[in-house]
Design a protein around this ligand. Structure first.
Ligand SMILES: NC(=O)C1=CN([C@@H]2O[C@H](COP(=O)(O)OP(=O)(O)OC[C@H]3O[C@@H](n4cnc5c(N)ncnc54)[C@H](OP(=O)(O)O)[C@@H]3O)[C@@H](O)[C@H]2O)C=CC1
Ligand SMILES: O=C1O[C@H](COP(=O)(O)O)[C@@H](O)[C@H](O)[C@H]1O
Length: 592
């Protein structure tokens, strides 16, 4: 008889939930430590413990119903009987039921506490993402969501607040209202201070009531200002962590202000949590096109051979917003655009872009490669940075405010709302290739993209037809992260006709045209990963240290020397200094 040891998997196929089971228990197997199956990644990681050793193995799954034999495990002598292990995929109905059991066959539950539930991020992103996961049937059978903050609110008031931001997928909308009602019934609120163990102990009691004696797994999402992270972690960990399941904490950025404060934050967090329990979120890593970066590169033969200094002239990471810091000036003024966007979002994308092929898709293998890239980089030099700040601008009778018009920003603030930087990776693959970053608020457009500019064709036969501007004729690969996601490659082609005129065209993978399914929000992917214990898209502490080491010296220098930013009109293309910086490295920004 098959014994159930397992957990759930989620997928978009008809077999949306399944469990893994062994048809017979290998004789010398003491316990199955964990089986995490996710055919989001078409793989299962199986961890086993025998009397003397622990083993891990990753097995492939094919979409839909199938069974996979486990091959002998790595490390030490294989457990012979393990070959008898069989992963089987069952029907959605059976499996939804099975998903609520842990590996020992006990019923389990997940409690998600949004700490800072009254805030902007909770309303805008976290609750809508949790609802989207519920709507897509991705949350476990037994789950409860708690909002926690100091504001006084009843459950009904929280539900009312949350309901205003919930939406259903445009491409589905089936049973939308019904699903929203069901979801809201699973949301509760507990008012408390962030530094009160007593208040968290009260929360613990309420969570236990909902958990009803099942194995309790608890996820805390710290959606609060950074100065209260540690208080909240201390109280949650001492008074409200799970007694018999896992406890994980998602920590929002900023992870410190510089190398020293970041190290101090990590040290304090580790007084109460192990590194495995800390999920440092960078929501750019959850964006669909950022996820696709590795797929594009490592699953297509045509790109990887070109991915080096030999063929790539420069790489550009560009972020722009067409609005200012409205409403967040108080936070922003302490950080500035380099800390807000470059040191985390753009640098994380750069590391993924430039890393060597990881040994596997396992979180540690990927993070190992990313950290190597970061540690091979030269700390940013002052001469390789341009900073700007937006000033007021009147257009069409409307006056757009300056950054310093924000009441929460000091009138004499020098905080950059724009920055451009040139970075270098001193390794064999990327030696001498400029990696340019540009990020700004209150610019003329909103978007995020990666631009890869390839070298000129040597001895170009078509020089005459192209003219003198060789730059315009080089290939460029653009990964448009947002909005209107796309991956396109700029190539040269002949204009049809009897003459020989060259044109530049795009081979375009335009997501809206190619896929009818709505792209999930980054927070959905990351919340689901945290629930499933998948760490691939979260920042490890050594990555964080390496990232701060690159930016801390220049940030200090900018602040100590009180460097005046170049002022640019609200709604413009930003400071002209960014063009001089690029030109110094013979680069032209691709977004012009
Ligand atoms: N908003 C966004 O778009 C993004 C936010 N983040 C990060 O996410 C976290 C949450 O952001 P956001 O929701 O905007 O933050 P908020 O400023 O809205 O704060 C969240 C909640 O924390 C409580 N709070 C605020 N200030 C204090 C304080 N000084 N002392 C104690 N409690 C306080 C308030 O709840 P109450 O008074 O009810 O206790 C508030 O509702 C922050 O770390 C932020 O940097 C990251 C990316 C984007
Ligand atoms: O982390 C942050 O990101 C947002 C931009 O995120 P997006 O997903 O809307 O592109 C930015 O506005 C904010 O300043 C920053 O803290």
């Amino acid at each position: 008889m098959a014994t159930l040891y397992s957990t759930h998997l989620s997928t978009s196929s008809s077999h949306s939930y399944s469990y893994a089971s062994f048809t017979s228990k290998p004789a010398n197997l003491q316990r199955i430590a964990s089986i995490s199956v996710s055919n989001r990644f078409l793989a299962a990681r199986v961890s086993l413990q025998s009397q003397t050793n622990s083993y891990q193995n990753v097995v492939g799954l094919q979409d839909g119903a199938m069974a996979t034999k486990l091959s002998p495990v790595e490390g030490g002598s294989p457990i012979k009987n393990l070959k008898e292990g069989l992963l089987s995929v069952i029907s959605p109905e059976e499996s939804k039921e099975a998903a609520s059991f842990d590996i020992s066959g006990n019923e389990s539950t997940v409690s998600i506490t949004v700490v800072g539930a009254s805030g902007d991020l909770a309303k805008k992103k976290i609750f809508p993402a949790l609802f989207a996961l519920y709507y897509e049937d991705c949350l476990p059978k037994h789950f409860t969501i708690y909002g926690y903050a100091r504001s006084k609110m009843t459950d009904a008031e929280l539900r009312n607040m949350v309901s205003k931001t919930l939406t259903c997928r445009i491409d589905k909308r089936e049973n939308c209202d019904e699903k929203m009602d069901e979801f809201l019934k699973r949301c509760f609120y507990h008012a408390g201070q962030y530094d009160s163990q007593e208040n968290f102990a009260d929360l613990d009691k309420k969570l236990k009531e909902h958990e009803g004696g099942r194995v309790s797994n608890r996820l805390f999402y710290l959606s609060i200002p950074p100065n209260i992270f540690i208080d909240a972690v201390k109280c949650a960990s001492l008074s409200a962590s799970s007694g018999n399941g896992w406890t994980r904490v998602i920590v929002e950025k900023p992870f410190g202000h510089d190398s020293e404060s970041s190290a101090a934050l990590t040290k304090s967090l580790k007084q109460y949590l192990t590194e495995d329990q800390i999920f440092r979120i960078d929501h750019y890593l959850g964006k669909e096109l950022v996820e696709n970066l590795s797929v594009l590169r490592f699953s297509n033969l045509i790109f990887e051979p070109l991915w080096s200094r030999q063929y790539i002239r420069n790489v550009q990471f560009i972020f722009s917003e067409d609005f200012g810091t409205e409403g967040r000036g108080g936070y922003f003024d302490n950080y500035g655009i380099i800390r807000d966007i470059m040191q985390n979002h753009l640098l994380q994308i750069l590391a993924l872009f430039a890393m060597e092929t990881p040994v596997s898709l396992d979180a540690e293998d990927i993070r190992n490669e990313k950290v190597k890239v970061l540690r091979s980089m030269r700390p940013l030099q002052l001469e390789n940075v341009v900073i700007g700040q937006y000033k007021s601008h009147t257009k069409g009778g409307i006056t757009y405010p300056a950054y310093t018009d924000d009441k929460t920003v000091p009138k004499d603030s020098l905080t950059p709302t724009f920055a451009a930087a040139a970075l270098f990776i001193d390794n064999a693959r990327w030696d001498g290739v400029p990696f340019l970053m540009k990020a700004g608020k209150a610019l003329h457009t909103k978007g995020a993209e990666i631009r890869v500019q390839f070298r000129h064709v040597p001895g170009n036969l078509y020089n005459r037809n192209i003219g003198t501007d060789l730059d315009r004729a080089t290939n460029e690969l653009v990964i448009r992260v947002q909005p209107d996601e796309a991956i396109y490659l700029k190539i040269n082609n002949k204009v049809p006709g009897l003459g020989m005129r060259l044109d530049s065209s795009h081979l375009n993978l335009h997501y809206a045209a190619r896929y009818s399914k709505e792209i999930p929000d980054a927070y959905e992917r990351l919340l689901l990963d945290a629930i499933e214990g998948e760490r691939r898209l979260f920042i490890r502490s050594d990555e964080l240290d390496a990232a701060w080491s690159l930016f801390t010296p220049v940030l200090k220098e900018l602040e100590e020397k009180k460097i005046i930013p170049e002022y640019y009109p609200h709604g413009s293309r930003g400071p002209v200094g960014a063009h001089y910086l690029a030109a110094r490295y013979k680069v032209r920004w691709g977004d012009l």
